[in-house]
Design a protein around this ligand. Structure first.
Ligand code: NAG
Ligand code: NAG
Length: 458
């Protein structure tokens, strides 16, 4: 390499003295033209940047941002208020949950900073935690969501809870809630510009006995495409206000953008089922993963061939770990999962898990979060996992999707999308059992602002 590349330049050096400035000039002109070319809009979607740009962009994904959130100075309290309620130490999480916190804008930046594909110049930057507008200029309503890439029309579909209604408590001890409105669906070719496809599964207004009656709970809708039947199958968590029903619900459609037809809800295998997800493997087999036995463990069950039901095979995993919000993905033949702890709407520490089989046994590897600061890492960047999205053309990276819940106004909950990578030596596994191989590390990198290392077309 060095021998070959040395010869042209040494020839140039030994030649006419005038040729050196000329050559430098030509090189500069070439660089300038290259730069101009790189600024031109490119026609093909999913086109990789020239090699040099690409490797830098990939490197940028791993270069985390640091954060230095400070507790605000304590507010002045009247002597009477102090007497009534003695001062207790507040934490950053208390501040996060406090609607009137002086640092609320750090967690929930206002509309002025919204990601707006209409106003923007196609910047394609993700800004975790900011309001994200659709192509009509409205905040995207797809909470607890998941994304389906539809091979047939080469489009991404993002499904999630449509929560654009008032937040209230059904009774004194009830959790903050929004009545069921339905499942929102958004489509995109570039994973950044999202068009509202409407509510693809709507609440039931009148029939109080219906699973989708607005007084109930519909969470974490996920959609799979079934190649055997040509149908789109939606799985979701269905519950009553008090979360005592703990059902999974199933709906089906002929089209990715609905309308979906609700089939039924039930306790899978007779167990309670709260937070859940579905996972489709390369061979077309699919699985339901649900938190069960009062959230103390997860259950995995293969779906039937048409994806409309669970089979009667079920495997309890991570027993006693108390994990929820599962998001499963596969990388180079190994299965991975990100989960959260169970602390209601308050954020907590994520864990990464790995297994050679979807059915387990699963090993817990530790906290995947990198960057921010300690409190960012211990709260999953103030958010909760919902999905891990494989991206066409990206091999080592995935998009980690999470919800930054806003229990004071759930419709204003934010999306936290970050690059996730499987590579490098793992930390010490948390529950190492003899016989597990050494998995690579799962890392989620904090960025205030980042973009995919692709150039997109309009
Ligand atoms: C285009 O987007 C970039 C990145 O967000 C921003 O810095 C710049 O000001 C925008 N320019 C215009 C004209 O909107
Ligand atoms: C939920 O719990 C509250 C308090 O225990 C009770 O008053 C209410 O009837 C319950 N609602 C349902 C739908 O079970």
């Amino acid at each position: 390499m060095s021998a070959n590349s040395a010869s042209p330049s040494s020839r140039l050096m030994s030649g006419n003295r005038c040729s050196l400035p000329v050559a430098v000039f030509i090189v500069l002109v070439c660089l300038f033209l290259l730069q101009l070319y790189s600024l031109l809009p490119q026609k093909d979607a999913f086109k990789l940047d020239p090699q040099i740009h690409t490797s830098r962009r990939f490197r940028e994904l791993d270069e985390v941002d640091e954060e230095n959130i400070q507790m605000p100075p304590p507010r002045k309290r009247s002597p009477r208020a102090i007497k009534r309620k003695p001062k207790r130490p507040t934490t950053i999480i208390d501040e996060f949950l406090d609607e009137s916190s002086q640092i609320r804008h750090l967690f929930f930046p206002d509309m002025k900073t919204a990601i707006d594909p209409n106003k923007g110049n196609g910047s394609f930057y993700y800004n975790p935690g900011r309001i994200w507008l659709d192509t009509e200029g409205n905040p995207i309503q797809a909470h607890g969501g998941g994304i389906l890439y539809d091979e047939r029309d080469k489009t991404y579909y993002w499904y999630g809870e449509y929560k654009d209604g008032p937040t209230y408590h059904a009774h004194k001890k009830g959790a903050a809630r929004v009545d069921i409105i339905g499942v929102g669906c958004y489509s995109s070719k570039d994973l950044w510009t999202w068009k509202n496809e409407g509510i693809v599964l709507a609440a039931e207004e009148n029939d109080e006995t219906h699973d989708l009656h607005k007084s109930n709970v519909l969470e974490r809708p996920k959609v799979l495409y079934n190649e055997n039947t040509g149908k789109y199958v939606m799985w979701m968590h269905i519950d009553d206000t008090n979360y005592t029903k703990a059902h999974v619900g199933v709906a089906v459609s002929d089209y990715p953008n609905g309308p979906f037809h609700y089939l039924y809800g039930k306790n899978p295998h007779g167990f309670d089922s709260r937070d859940m997800t579905v996972f489709r493997d390369d061979d077309g087999s699919a699985y339901l993963i649900y938190s069960s036995v009062d959230n103390s463990e997860l259950h995995v069950s293969p779906l039937t061939k048409d994806y409309l039901d669970v089979t009667n095979v079920v495997s309890p995993i991570l027993i006693g770990h108390r994990r929820e919000a599962p998001a499963m993905f596969k990388h180079q033949g190994t299965y991975y999962m990100i989960t959260s702890g169970c602390t209601g709407w308050a954020p907590n520490e994520a864990m990464a898990h790995a297994s050679e089989s979807v059915m387990g046994p699963w090993e817990t590897m530790g906290n995947p979060c990198l960057g921010g600061n300690e409190i960012f890492r211990e709260t999953t960047f103030f958010s909760q996992s919902t999905f891990v999205l494989p991206v066409k053309g990206l091999t080592e990276y995935f998009i980690f999707m999470a919800d930054r819940w806003n229990p004071a106004d759930l419709r204003d909950s934010r999306y936290v999308w970050l690059p996730l990578k499987v590579a490098g030596p793992a930390d010490q596994p948390l529950d190492y059992e003899f016989g597990f191989p050494l998995w690579p590390r799962v890392s989620i990198f904090w960025h205030k602002r980042w973009k995919l290392p692709f150039r997109w077309s309009e």
